[in-house]
Design a protein around this ligand. Structure first.
Ligand code: SF4
Length: 701
């Protein structure tokens, strides 16, 4: 190592792949990042977002540097010191809780929070405010997958490890564009296929995305018909005798009901419903049946749906009826969107969860957690989930909200309702690193937070891999780590149990809560994680090792130890298409931007790939509306409108249009906040919004 630089090992702070990064800091404080060649996830590779993280750390010009406060809605925000900020925050929260009860306040946090921050925010809210009104933007991405896992295998436990990629021979990638959104995992799939041309890749998506460039079969289905496609494949596998009869008999329950359900339609009826050639469905089923290692991979295309739970359950069924789970190269593999959505769920970071995958609705679990935290009880009242929290603010049922590391003004569905809710709230705290967040305009109190490399803690990636992130540089101005902000606030409120001296003490406290659970990491500390570089839960303390793959004994985490097949189709439908709004709007990410661009938007290199928002529209739909390439078009429905340039392409299915989710600001000629158009229809079980299906009209502007 050069004496003028120091080296650190960290993890990328963008997507759930969780790539290992080597950070070099020069004596002048300049930061360089490279992929960690010895890290098992990425083996030295980084995608465009990860390799440009140094610019985000070094560029502090739009960072929030000092606490700011306003005394009333009519006054401007003014700089204050931390003591004034905490005095005001505690006084307002105390007074609102006393006057209106604990359920009148809430926290909205983020899958980008570190595990320790998530844990303490939950302890503060559920244990001491006395409300379960804490939810996370992970509700918007993975909650349907969580329900699917819990109902099927008994816990939110991703069975696979990334090394299963190189051991699989058939990939069913659905509702995901990993080539752009999980690029390093996709590079591994591409390389595996290059080296093994017999490997089959099936991609399911209404759009022909970059991921299709490697596909052997693209099933360009009608939006919203995923569960029917899974049933069709299930039916064909059963009909052709290509199911794992012995495995089902020993390890799966619910098969007869499943079979009855999938046989309710013929294959040609399913083909008609999904808008796919029957032969393509048969071909997909044939490749699955011939597979020695079958991996299903999915993300928002299935999860962000009014039928997200059904789509997950029906997909998981394909792994179960073929016995493709619990063995190398096989299993269901949910691609997590955010870097620490998994860690957040582990510590109970959702309105319906408690720490260590305990369930809020279970009285024994509530008693265990209350006992551990030394409080009388955890409230049995379900907390508001993400969208419901903002509806409660708009109705006036909630009075105050503390928003941490997320920008709901752009990222939540039905943005106009969010705007009304934040205007109506009596008190809004926005805790963030960035002055670019659109939500700041509604803040009564702004708390500047430390960002990546400016604080320490842990995260868990999509394969249950816990990694340690060190502090490398000081945060700019007076910004503080989120954890320190929570701890200081809690102490000022007079709550006990918040005297931890550092992040590791919080981490160790959490590990104690996992003892004896399925996600047991008792015995882990920062030194042990660093010794291993990273470790997959559960941690086997006596062997000092993690667990790469779950369910290798086919004993699932259900009461009868069997995996459960489910058949229900819920009736909570998406927006209805009408003659006024005849097109389906679907939304998603682009390659080089992240969420609402508060970080990636300031990196010039990342702005060059796609410079501005656009609408993908099929040539037939464009012709019918006299729209030419590059025209400004207005996309509208009863909730709002968006104006962007048209991009005419036959890569999108006729009748479907696509908008990227990232932009929020008014740009030249355009008003690009996609969520003006999306609905607050939720999956009835997971509470995940229906981002992938909104009825709209498009016209030349
Ligand atoms: Fe970061 Fe994800 Fe890219 Fe890896 S794939 S470098 S974790 S954004």
């Amino acid at each position: 190592m050069n004496k003028t630089t120091s080296k650190f090992k960290s993890t990328c702070s963008y997507c759930g792949v969780g790539c290992g990064i080597e950070v070099q800091k020069s004596l002048k404080g300049e930061i360089k990042v490279t992929g960690d060649e010895n890290y098992p996830v990425n083996k030295g590779m980084l995608c465009s977002k990860g390799m440009n993280l140094n610019y985000v750390v070094s560029d502090t010009k739009d960072r929030l540097l000092y606490p700011q406060m306003r005394w009333s809605k009519n006054h401007p925000l003014k700089r204050v010191d931390w003591d004034t900020a905490f005095t005001r925050a505690t006084a307002v929260f105390r007074s609102i809780i006393q006057k209106f009860g604990p359920d009148s306040v809430g926290m909205y946090v983020s899958g980008q929070c570190l595990t320790e921050e998530y844990y303490i925010a939950n302890k503060l809210t559920k244990g001491f405010f006395g409300t379960n009104n804490i939810d996370t933007n992970s509700r918007l991405c993975m909650s349907s997958a969580v329900v699917g896992y819990k109902k099927t295998i008994g816990d939110d436990a991703v069975p696979i490890c990334y090394d299963d990629i190189e051991l699989a021979d058939t990939f069913f990638i659905t509702g995901a564009n990993p080539a752009w959104c999980h690029p390093i995992l996709f590079r591994r799939i591409e390389k595996h296929k290059e080296e093994n041309p017999n490997v089959k890749i099936i991609v399911v998506d209404p759009r022909k995305t970059q991921t299709c460039s490697s596909a052997d079969l693209h099933l360009q289905l009608k939006p919203g018909t995923d569960a029917q496609l899974h049933f069709a494949i299930g039916r064909h596998l059963i009909e052709t005798g290509n199911i794992a009869v012995d495995f089902i008999e020993k390890h799966v329950s619910g098969y007869e009901a499943y079979k009855e359900e999938v046989f309710k339609h013929s294959l040609s009826e399913y083909a008609e419903i999904c808008g796919l050639p029957e032969g393509d469905i048969k071909l997909a089923a044939q490749w699955i049946s011939e597979s020695k290692g079958f991996l299903t991979m999915w993300t928002m295309g299935l999860n962000q749906s009014a039928k997200g739970t059904d789509k997950n359950l029906s997909l998981l069924a394909l792994n179960l009826i073929t016995g493709q789970i619990g063995k190398p190269g096989a299993g269901p593999f949910s691609l997590t969107g955010q870097p620490n959505a998994m860690g957040g769920r582990e510590v109970g970071g959702m309105a319906n969860l408690l720490a260590a995958h305990r369930d809020l609705m279970n009285p024994d679990h509530r008693a265990e957690v209350a006992d551990f935290w030394g409080v009388d009880a955890i409230s049995p009242n379900p907390g508001y989930t993400a969208t419901r929290m903002f509806e409660a603010l708009e109705r006036g049922d909630m009075k105050a909200i503390w928003i941490v590391c997320t920008n709901p003004m752009v990222s939540l569905p039905d943005s106009n309702l969010v705007e009304k809710a934040l205007k109506k709230a009596r008190f809004v705290i926005v805790q963030d690193i960035s002055g670019r967040s659109d939500t700041l305009q509604f803040a009564d109190l702004v708390l500047p937070a430390a960002g990546w490399l400016e604080k320490e803690g842990t995260m868990t990636n999509s394969e249950r891999r816990i990694s340690y992130l060190p502090k490398v540089v000081d945060a700019p101005g007076e910004a503080l780590p989120d954890l320190e902000i929570f701890l200081r606030f809690a102490r000022k409120m007079g709550y006990h149990g918040f005297n931890q001296k550092n992040a590791e003490e919080v981490f160790i406290e959490y590990t104690q809560m996992t003892k004896g659970t399925k996600i047991d990491i008792d015995g882990l500390d920062y030194q042990t994680i660093q010794k291993h570089r990273s470790i997959q839960w559960p941690y086997l303390k006596d062997k000092d090792k993690g667990t790469e793959r779950l369910f290798t004994d086919f004993k699932f985490y259900t009461e009868d130890s069997k995996a459960h097949l489910h058949t229900s189709i819920n009736t909570n439908d998406s927006d209805a298409l009408t003659s006024e709004y005849p097109l389906v709007l679907t939304t998603g990410r682009i390659r080089d931007h992240w969420h609402t661009m508060t970080r990636t938007g300031k990196v010039n290199r990342l702005n060059t790939h796609i410079e501005k928002p656009y609408l993908e529209i099929h040539p037939a739909d464009a012709d019918a509306r006299n729209i030419s390439e590059g025209d400004i078009v207005q996309i509208s429905n009863g909730r709002g409108n968006v104006r962007v340039e048209a991009q005419i392409t036959d890569k999108i299915r006729e009748g479907v249009v696509f908008l990227p989710m990232h932009w929020g600001k008014i740009l030249e000629h355009s008003y690009a906040r996609t969520n003006n158009l999306t609905s607050r229809i939720l999956d009835p079980i997971s509470g995940e919004p229906d981002f992938k299906y909104a009825a709209v009209q498009v016209e030349k502007y």
